[in-house]
Structure formats: structure tokens, C-alpha cells
Design a protein. Structure first.
Ligand SMILES: [Zn+2]
Length: 135
């Protein structure tokens, strides 16, 4: 069923991010020049424009900064999934990223909820970093 959902589109800037996800790790970028951590993956630092970046592994923990509930499927493949939660997650390390909140209690998501990364399979071993509410 999940194979019908879109698989990640990998490019050279995001290769390590998707490779990390396949191995159950949430990877984020760190600038070696100014120390700023950022998401989403790109080849230069959004703070100082340095190209001297490295990958670090996030703890995978964060809080819900904002969220919305999707009630109308954006593509036919999402029809079985609605309603579902799209959230802006603030990672423990600072950067914010968009993801779905998964799990039976996902629709009870609230701002400030503690969440933890989980990895949703999308066929061919590809995995998407998503989040679930921490108990
Ligand atoms: Zn920088």
C-alpha cells in the first residue's frame, strides 16, 4: 500500500540525508565555518554561505512547532491516509523540518508536543523520516 505513495527524490545535495534515513538515522547539515545547523539539505550554509559543511546525526527528538490536519488527499495515493497530520517539527538541535505525525494518536497532536523520529518505508528500501508523539 505504501509503495503507491511518492518515493523520495534524491539529488547530490540530499543523498546523505536519504542514505541516513534508509539506515534509521536522521541526518542534518552543520556549517563548519559558523557552526549553524540547518534543514533542508543544501550545498551551502544559509547563514554565512560557506560551502564547508558536514553531516551530523540528529537525536531525532523534537517538539511540534505548528501543525495542520490534511482532510483532502493532494494525490490519489494519499486517499487512504486522510485525515493526517503535517507538522513543523523543531528538532532538539534547533532546525525545523516538515513531516507527518504518524501513530494511532496522531490526530490528537498539539503544539508543543514532544515527538520522536520514525521511518516510514516507501518501497525499494527508501524511508521517509516522519515523527510520532512521545509517550
Ligand atoms: Zn555558516
Amino acid at each position: 500500500m505504501n509503495q503507491e505513495l511518492p518515493a523520495p527524490i534524491v539529488n547530490p545535495d540530499s543523498q546523505a540525508y536519504w542514505d541516513g534515513a534508509r539506515n534509521g538515522r536522521l541526518m542534518i547539515r552543520k556549517c563548519k565555518a559558523c557552526g549553524v545547523l540547518h534543514f533542508l539539505p543544501r550545498y551551502l550554509c544559509p547563514s554565512c554561505w560557506s560551502t564547508d559543511l558536514e553531516w551530523i546525526q540528529s537525536s531525532g527528538r523534537g517538539t511540534v512547532h505548528s501543525f495542520t490536519i490534511i482532510r483532502r488527499a493532494p494525490l490519489p495515493a494519499f486517499t487512504d491516509r486522510v485525515p493526517y497530520v503535517v507538522a513543523l517539527i523543531e528538532l532538539e538541535e534547533g532546525p525545523r523540518m516538515m513531516a507527518n505525525i504518524l501513530g494511532e494518536d496522531a490526530l490528537a497532536t498539539g503544539i508543543g508536543d514532544a515527538v520522536e523520529v520514525c521511518f516510514e518505508e516507501r518501497g525499494d528500501g527508501a524511508k521517509i523520516p516522519q515523527f510520532s508523539r512521545r509517550k
